[in-house]
Design a protein around this ligand. Structure first.
Ligand SMILES: C[S@@+](CC[C@H](N)C(=O)[O-])C[C@H]1O[C@@H](n2cnc3c(N)ncnc32)[C@H](O)[C@@H]1O
Length: 186
């Protein structure tokens, strides 16, 4: 167990939710590392929905996930997560966003603030009671800093009666380290 960075903290926080999760959405599947973590830690998982706008990410994540033995059904959407999440038909246990650009891919294909806010807003509506939405943001680039600020403002405005909201930062790390936003439906 370690809290060496927010990705590690995110995984620590996610584990108890994944332990009984049946439906999970990875809104930014990228190379599939987060989805693989889900498959390894969600023994009751029935559905995993994976989204990304890039064919390169869909192929890379498919290769990674194909190596994992799981009874869960995996659905892939090569499209904007905002469209996938709007009016999502199932109650979802866990929704993951890991923002920014695809490691090893084009830096120009960064997540966009407008789509991220739209998708997170829709994602909250899809969560079942006790479900969580987790967002890792990367304020180290101009686009990432704008997205992180907008997410923070958005999360601050969520009514306390409905949502538990936690924000994790690593204040002694250099170079604008990533931040975590963790939101639980009460
Ligand atoms: C930091 S990577 C995700 C890392 C990934 N979760 C993993 O474990 O490898 C961010 C991903 O978000 C994707 N992305 C950007 N905008 C998107 C959008 N509107 N909808 C879905 N995916 C998007 C990028 O193509 C990129 O693959």
């Amino acid at each position: 167990m370690t809290i060496s960075n927010v990705l590690a903290v995110n995984r620590l926080l996610l584990r108890p939710y994944l332990a009984h999760a049946r439906c999970v959405i990875d809104a930014t599947v990228g190379n599939g590392h987060d989805s693989a973590f889900v498959l390894h830690h969600a023994p009751h998982l029935q559905y995993l929905f994976c989204c990304d706008i890039q064919a390169q990410a869909m192929e890379s994540s498919q290769r990674k996930l194909a190596a994992i033995d799981t009874p869960a059904q995996i659905y892939r959407y090569e499209m904007n997560h905002a469209y996938v999440l709007e009016d999502f038909p199932l109650a979802v246990d866990v929704i993951l966003f890991n923002l920014g650009y695809l490691p090893g891919g084009s830096h120009a294909l960064h997540t966009r603030t407008e789509d991220t806010l739209r998708a997170c807003t829709a994602g909250l509506q899809a969560l079942r009671r006790g479900g969580v939405l987790s967002v890792v943001s990367y304020p180290g680039t101009a686009a990432g800093a704008e997205e992180d600020r907008a997410l923070h403002a958005w999360a601050q405005a969520l009514p306390q009666q409905k949502w538990h909201v936690a924000r994790v930062r690593m204040p002694n790390q250099i170079h604008q380290p990533p931040c975590l936003l963790f939101i639980e439906r009460r």
